[in-house]
Design a protein around this ligand. Structure first.
Ligand SMILES: NC(=O)C1=CN([C@@H]2O[C@H](COP(=O)(O)OP(=O)(O)OC[C@H]3O[C@@H](n4cnc5c(N)ncnc54)[C@H](OP(=O)(O)O)[C@@H]3O)[C@@H](O)[C@H]2O)C=CC1
Ligand SMILES: O=C1O[C@H](COP(=O)(O)O)[C@@H](O)[C@H](O)[C@H]1O
Length: 597
């Protein structure tokens, strides 16, 4: 029989919070090695396993129960259908999660999560719902408290009412949903205060202590506020509301500055009060399922890694498009623009993960070391290799969609790009000469984020004449669709069945919703859980940030100083044609234009 774990919780294991010391925050030095892994996180109902917390140290390959059992060192009785009559195995065991170091049943410690800026858009839209999802899945510790903190006057009941409107249960998990929501809301409280008032944070500290009731206190602050008040809030939290016997961590939302100088200044200011390992700079794209899967795809499939270089890859495309404008966020957006909003962080992070060398291990620092190396190997981006655009009003089907500058919070003469395309290069042995093309835009014809890998032509292809003159039509393309309809598909050439010899391009398609019955968790769930567990792999280290800004700052400066006029494109279109000329300069065609895109 399989080992029966003592816990039924999704995220339970022994506590082994990571240690750090700081100027403002006190840290404990508890480090219990080899926590028991939760069965659900392992993906098999009745498996327990001892492991140090390190992602993937004990990755279980879900496709094959026997292999999973072998890796885990136990007999795995996960349901599995035999490969009879060419049938595929049934859907894989419930869930694949990573080894963790959080004991959700620990009676002696508490985690207090303070959402700073709780009255705001992100808190309502993402943070509270993600916390509820974690609670629903039994991933939060037994003793936890959530505090909303903001200047708005609100009672606990009003906060609960506000939060309750945004909570949902997963489609595939609705059991006791209402009851769970009620229980969750009872653990949510509110404290009204200024972001720069130590006195107000002292009051918060007192309330947190009351809830912690003498247990070891661990505190997570989520800064969901505009960046100009990050440092004030960190200072007050640090000096007046940090824990004295557990850990204190701070999740910082982007933007982390707007160029090299301001980012360095922000880091320096934060480090007056925090150690680097207490700062969790969030890039929510790193928490997306398909981005998380990138390393698995690459490093655990023999067929991909040998092809992952200039030898076989012609170009790589990182594409982000949204089918809505800056509605409601124009004020913020105008100060940043699409390059800072999407490219310098989300797309560049994906690029770094895509292009990095094999890390020594899957530990956070090993991965981040490799990502930094890629970023530092990148050729300085030239303004000639950037195209910028801005959406304008467009009427379609009797509906008029507003232009960017129609937003009341945006200056009428704003030149801020809402679209950009860029050609980037990594000057290292693996990627020398391979264009990495990025494009990102708002108010385009669809909402989609994807990575497209276009492979080289087959040398001396026997079937060349079947493809006509356009050999690009015949090259393989790997598409990793991050969202929506998460999928990984590979375009291959195939013979159309029949007596003749006609080829077409078909997809080997791993469409997640067809393959996996489980709903994909929101990125914020994964990242919040990681922050609670002290897992830093998916957060941005300061040297990564420096390297990312070093790449984009000169171009941003030039675009702004020269007041480069963006190419205007209609709301709902495919964006400026300049993006095609840019790609053509490097002999590339954007992959998202075809009929089978
Ligand atoms: N919203 C989103 O989709 C995303 C947001 N982010 C980032 O997350 C953070 C929060 O975003 P979001 O919730 O949209 O921000 P909001 O503008 O909604 O601000 C959050 C809260 O901060 C307080 N606040 C707002 N402006 C000021 C100000 N000038 N001075 C002091 N307090 C202020 C308000 O609370 P009160 O008045 O009650 O104190 C407000 O409810 C930002 O850093 C943003 O860049 C990142 C990715 C996506
Ligand atoms: O960080 C940001 O991301 C959102 C897009 O996030 P998604 O998870 O919905 O794809 C974007 O709309 C916003 O402008 C940007 O600040």
């Amino acid at each position: 029989m399989a080992t029966v774990s003592s816990s039924t919780h999704c995220c339970s294991s022994s506590s082994a919070y990571s240690n750090s010391s700081s100027i403002g925050f006190h840290q404990n030095h508890t480090n219990i090695p080899f926590p028991v892994l939760s069965p659900k996180r392992l993906g098999s109902k009745n498996v327990s396993l001892q492991s140090k917390r390190s992602p993937f140290h004990n990755v279980i390959l879900m496709q094959d129960g026997a292999l999973a059992a072998k890796v885990a060192g136990v007999k795995n009785e996960a349901p599995q259908k035999k490969l009879e009559d060419g049938l595929l195995p049934v859907a894989p065991p419930e869930e694949q999660k990573l080894p963790i170091d959080l004991d959700v049943n620990d009676d002696n410690s508490t985690v207090s999560i303070t959402v700073v800026g709780a009255s705001g858009d992100l808190a309502k839209k993402k943070i509270f719902p993600a916390l509820f999802a974690l609670y629903y899945e039994d991933c939060l510790p037994k003793h936890f408290t959530i505090y909303g903190y903001a200047r708005s006057k609100m009672t606990d009941a009003e906060l609960r009412n506000m939060v309750s409107k945004t909570l949902t249960c997963r489609i595939d998990k609705r059991e006791n949903c209402g009851e769970k929501m009620e229980q969750f809301l009872k653990r949510c409280f509110y404290h009204s205060g200024q972001y720069d008032s130590q006195e107000n944070f002292v009051e918060l500290d007192k309330k947190l202590r009351d809830h912690e009731a003498g247990r070891v206190s661990n505190r997570l602050f989520y800064l969901s506020i505009p960046p100009n008040i990050f440092v004030d809030a960190v200072k007050c939290a640090s000096l007046s509301a940090s824990t004295s016997d557990g850990w204190t961590r701070v999740i910082v939302e982007k933007p982390f500055g707007r160029d090299t100088g301001s980012s360095a200044a922000l880091t320096k200011a934060l480090k007056q009060y925090l150690e680097e390992d207490q700062i969790f700079r969030i890039d929510h794209y790193l928490g997306k399922e398909l981005v998380e899967n990138l390393s698995v795809l690459r490093f655990s499939n023999l067929i991909f890694e040998p092809l992952w270089s200039r030898q076989y890859i012609r170009n790589v495309q990182l594409i982000f498009s949204e089918d809505f404008g800056t509605e409601g966020r124009g004020g913020y957006f105008d100060h940043y623009g699409i390059i800072r909003d999407i490219m310098q962080n989300h797309l560049l992070q994906i690029l770094a993960l895509f292009a990095m060398e094999t890390p020594v291990s899957l530990d956070a620092e090993d991965i981040r070391n490799e990502k930094v190396k890629v970023l530092r190997s990148m050729r300085p981006l030239r303004v000639d290799d950037v195209v910028v655009g801005q959406y304008k009003s467009h009427t379609k089907g009797g509906v008029t969609y507003p232009g960017y500058t129609d937003d009341k919070t945006v200056p009428k003469d704003s030149l801020t790009p809402t679209f950009a395309a860029a050609a980037l290069f990594i000057d290292n042995a693996r990627w020398d000469g391979v264009p990495f093309l990025m494009k990102a835009g708002k108010a385009l014809h669809n909402r989609r984020t994807e990575i497209r890998v276009q492979f080289r032509h087959v040398p001396g292809n026997l079937y060349n004449r079947n493809f006509g003159t356009d050999l690009d039509q015949a090259t393989n393309e790997l598409v990793i669709r991050v969202q929506p309809d998460e999928a990984i598909y590979l375009k291959i050439n195939n013979k159309v069945p029949g007596l003749g010899m006609r080829l077409d391009r078909s997809n080997l398609n791993l469409l997640y919703k067809a393959r996996y019955s489980k709903e994909i968790p929101d990125a914020y769930e994964r990242l919040l859980l990681d922050a609670i567990e002290g897992e830093r792999r998916l957060f941005i280290r300061s040297d990564e940030l420096d390297a990312a800004w070093a790449l984009f700052t000169p171009v941003l400066k030039e675009l702004e100083e020269k007041k480069i006029i963006p190419e205007y494109y209609p709301y709902g279109s495919r964006g400026p044609v300049g993006a095609h000329y840019l790609a053509a300069r490097y002999n590339v065609k954007w992959g998202d234009l075809g009929v089978d895109e």
